[in-house]
Design a protein around this ligand. Structure first.
Ligand code: NAD
Length: 255
């Protein structure tokens, strides 16, 4: 299927590693122009030279706004914004959480999406196929025991997505959220190790319990998540807006 993304002007936040890097590579493979930012300079240096890349901490909202402006100037506009940046945030019971860590989690995962979206919208209005894809999480639908700041931020991403889809619909700007679940990789292993340790259970039990929230009973790969994002960004996805789409076979049920 031709996704008709040749020459599309795309911004991906936190695109130098993890899922963001898979999204960047997937858009490049379709012939899109990609601009990204990340906090990790060494990872930014490893990106292909065709990617315009800049070191930005997305919790620095002034720097993030300037990054969007500069990206739009360099590419001559914006067709797609992928709000991918997110951190796991603090783990712990509500009474033990540190407010600075709560606020950093909300800032990176949620407030950054308000900043980028507000800044990108004037440019998206001028696009023939404008769209925004916000990365939420299965935690944004189910909640996450001992990771309430992260779950709250990711629920917030879904609320922002649905509100923006309604607000920007008259401008033909489509806004969707993608909800990764259990993603293969180091981050997921660390999360499951922490969960197993906090409950005194084996890693395998924590993994089996986590799988019980999904119908596919398996990890998903960053590439599979990127595939979904490409379709939503493509003119082929023109009929889809305001959706929160799980990419792990989430049934909304336990077991
Ligand atoms: P990751 O931890 O692998 O990090 C990806 C990139 O984000 C890295 O290159 C890192 O340097 C960059 N980054 C971190 N903090 C940043 C900041 N403040 N400013 C700019 N860049 C920053 O993350 P990931 O696993 O690829 O997750 C990507 C998105 O998917 C996040 O929004 C995350 O919440 C979401 N998600 C991930 C999983 C998972 O299991 N990996 C599951 C559900 C949702």
């Amino acid at each position: 299927m031709d996704l008709q993304l040749q020459g599309a002007r795309v911004i991906v936040t936190a695109g130098a590693g993890g899922i963001g890097r898979a999204i960047v590579d997937a858009f490049l493979a379709e012939g899109a122009q990609v601009t990204t930012c990340d906090i990790d300079q060494a990872a930014l240096d490893s990106l292909p030279k065709t990617v315009k890349a800049q070191r930005v901490d997305v919790s620095d909202h002034a720097a993030l706004a300037a990054f969007i402006d500069q990206a739009a100037d360099r590419m001559g506009g914006i067709d797609c914004l992928v709000n991918n940046a997110g951190i796991a945030g603090p783990t712990g019971r509500i009474e033990d959480l540190d407010v600075t860590e709560i606020e950093r989690c909300l800032s990176v995962c949620l407030t950054s999406q308000f900043i980028t979206t507000g800044r990108a919208v004037p440019h998206l209005r001028a696009s023939a196929n404008p769209s925004i894809v916000n990365i939420s999480s299965l935690a944004g639908r189910l909640g996450f025991r001992l990771r309430s700041p992260y779950a709250a931020a990711k629920w917030g991403v879904i609320g922002l997505t649905k509100s923006m889809a309604a607000e920007l619909g008259p401008d033909r700007i489509r806004v969707n959220a993608v909800l990764p679940g259990l993603v293969a990789g180091d981050r997921q292993r660390r999360v499951l190790e922490a969960r197993a340790a906090s409950r005194g259970i084996a890693f395998e039990q924590a993994e089996t319990e986590a799988f019980s929230y999904t119908s596919i009973r398996d990890y998903v790969t960053p590439q599979q998540i990127a595939d979904q994002i490409l379709f939503l960004a493509s003119p082929r996805g023109r009929t889809i807006s305001g959706q929160a789409i799980s990419v792990c076979g989430d049934t909304g049920m336990l077991g």
